[in-house]
Design a protein around this ligand. Structure first.
Ligand code: 5GP
Ligand code: MG
Ligand code: MG
Length: 183
């Protein structure tokens, strides 16, 4: 469903499905060029990255396996706890692989910087990050993110895989959640 169909729960549509798919094509073309001839592994961070992984991986011309990692740092609230827990680890040995982590959003950056450090000890040939969304004003730690879809304001957003208490992931667009929903 489109974000506009739950208009009383949102204050603004920030990025439409059409804008996302356009941007994913551009980034996929860059990734195709950057990883030509390399052993690329896509690693998605569950659950938020499910939609971006589905659309981004299919926009690639490269054949690349997909693995998933589940971590949690948010619980039910809207603020990062800073404490990262592995809920599901990778099935793949990273030795010699060129890893591209696919993330829904970089907010404080705490989750990704923890993940990058964790991956660095696993023998990957290279590790880069693609985040569909990034909130520059929320950064608490610097994360080296090679590919970014959209920089957005420091608001809590839902849709296109992003949830509030597991809801709204199935909105096609990215929208700002109305404060009355979580306060
Ligand atoms: P960070 O550690 O960078 O603060 O964010 C960790 C995770 O929290 C993100 O990967 C994402 O799943 C979730 N998150 C951060 N900001 C938002 C947001 O605005 N909306 C939603 N739904 N999740 C967010
Ligand atoms: Mg995430
Ligand atoms: Mg969440």
């Amino acid at each position: 469903m489109r974000a506009a169909e739950v208009h009383s729960d949102i204050t603004e549509v920030l990025v439409t499905e059409e804008q996302i798919l356009e941007r994913l094509k551009e980034i996929a073309a860059q990734v195709d060029a950057d990883y030509a001839g390399k052993d690329l592994l896509l690693v998605g961070v569950l659950k938020g990255a499910i939609m971006v992984m589905a659309d981004f991986s299919r926009a690639l011309k490269l054949v690349a396996p997909i693995d998933w990692m589940a971590v949690s740092s948010y619980g039910k609230g809207t603020k990062s706890s800073g404490v990262v827990q592995i809920r599901k680890d990778l099935d793949t040995d990273l030795t010699g692989k060129h890893v591209l982590i696919v993330e829904d959003i970089i907010d404080s950056g705490l989750t990704l910087s923890w993940l990058l450090e964790n991956f660095e000890s696993r023998g990957a040939e290279s590790i880069e990050v693609f985040a569909l969304l990034r909130k520059p004003d929320a950064a608490k730690v610097e994360v080296n993110c090679r590919y970014v879809g959209f920089d957005i304001p420091n608001d809590f957003v839902v849709g296109y895989g992003l949830d509030y208490a597991e809801r709204y992931r199935n909105l096609r667009d990215v929208a700002v959640l109305a404060p009355h929903v979580y306060s």
